[in-house]
Design a protein around this ligand. Structure first.
Ligand code: ADP
Length: 252
C-alpha cells in the first residue's frame, strides 16, 4: 500500500456559530490515489477539503504531512470556477504563477501545457464570458495544474454542469490523472461520479462527518465507457448507495 501523503488525526471542527461539522475524524490521504469523499449535503465534506487546503484550522486534532513542501503546492478547484472576468483564459491560468512572481513570458510554456492538457489551446485569448460552463471549468482546472501540484483538491467541480458535460469532464479527469500521477481528493454527492473516478471512496454521513464506509477500487481498472456499464461499476454504486442509505436511516 502506498504511504500517506497527509493524515488527519482525530480532527474536529466547530465554527464560531457553534455548528460542529466534524468530530474525531481520522483519515489518511495516500500518495497517488484518487480519493472521493462521498456524502449528502452538509455532512462535512467541504470542511475536510478546506482543512487540508489550510483555508480553515481544526478546532481539535491535527493534520500531519509526510512532506511539508507538498502542503505549499496544492491545486484547488471549486464548484464555481471563479475566473477573473476581465482577463482572458491565458491570463487566468497565469494567475497562480503571477502571484508567485513568475513573469508572463517565463510562465508561457507552462500555461500552454496546462491549456493543452484541458483541451483549451485554441481559447487562450477568449474571455470567460465567451466560454461554456464546461470550458470555464476546464480553465479553472488548467489554473490548478499550472503550478504542477502533487495534490489536487476538487470540491464538487462538476456539480453545476449538465450530465453530458459532466461525463466528458469525468473522462478527461481520468486521462489527466493518468498523465499527471498527482494525488486527487475529490468531493461529490454523486455516487456515479465517485464510482467512476476513485481508487477509494470514503462515504461520509451526518451528523458531524462520520465515516460510514470505505470502498477500495482497483487502480488498474480502465475507466472508460465500458466501465460505466460493467458489473464492477454497479457493484461499487450499490455498495456506496447502501452505505449512504443505512447511515441516513441510523441518523433519522
Ligand atoms: P458538505 O460539503 O458535505 O455539504 P460542509 O462541510 O459544507 O458540508 O458543511 C458541514 C456543516 O458545517 C453544515 O452544517 C454547514 O452548514 C456547516 N458549515 C460549513 N461551513 C461553515 C461556516 N463557515 N460557518 C458555519 N457553519 C458552517
Amino acid at each position: 500500500m502506498s504511504h500517506a501523503l497527509l493524515s488527519l488525526h482525530a480532527v474536529s471542527k466547530t465554527f464560531p456559530n457553534g455548528v460542529t461539522a466534524l468530530t474525531g475524524l481520522d483519515l489518511d490521504v495516500r500518495e497517488g490515489e484518487t480519493l472521493t469523499l462521498l456524502g449528502p449535503s452538509g455532512c462535512g465534506k467541504s470542511t475536510v477539503l478546506r482543512l487540508i487546503a489550510g483555508l480553515a484550522r481544526p478546532t481539535v486534532g491535527a493534520i500531519t504531512w509526510a512532506n511539508p513542501m507538498a502542503r505549499k503546492n496544492l491545486g484547488v478547484v471549486f464548484q464555481d470556477p471563479t475566473l477573473l472576468p476581465w482577463a482572458n483564459v491565458f491570463d487566468n491560468v497565469w494567475l497562480p504563477l503571477r502571484l508567485a512572481g513568475v513573469s508572463r513570458a517565463t510562465a508561457e510554456p507552462r500555461i500552454k501545457e496546462a491549456l493543452a492538457r484541458v483541451g483549451l489551446s485554441d481559447f487562450a485569448n477568449a474571455l470567460p464570458r465567451e466560454l461554456s460552463g464546461g470550458m470555464k471549468m476546464r480553465c479553472a482546472i488548467a489554473r490548478a495544474l499550472v503550478t504542477n501540484p502533487s495534490l489536487i483538491l476538487m470540491d464538487e467541480p462538476f456539480a453545476a454542469l449538465d450530465e453530458v458535460t459532466r461525463f466528458k469532464l469525468n473522462d478527461d479527469l481520468v486521462a489527466l490523472k493518468r498523465d499527471l500521477r498527482a494525488t486527487i481528493v475529490f468531493v461529490t454527492h454523486s455516487i456515479y461520479e465517485s464510482a467512476f473516478l476513485s481508487t477509494r471512496i470514503v462515504v461520509m454521513s451526518k451528523p458531524r462527518g462520520r465515516i460510514v464506509e470505505e470502498i477500495d477500487i482497483d487502480p488498474a481498472l480502465v475507466r472508460d465507457a465500458e466501465f460505466r456499464m460493467s458489473s464492477t461499476f454497479s457493484d461499487i454504486c450499490r455498495r456506496a448507495s447502501r452505505a449512504l442509505r443505512e447511515a441516513t436511516g441510523e441518523a433519522a
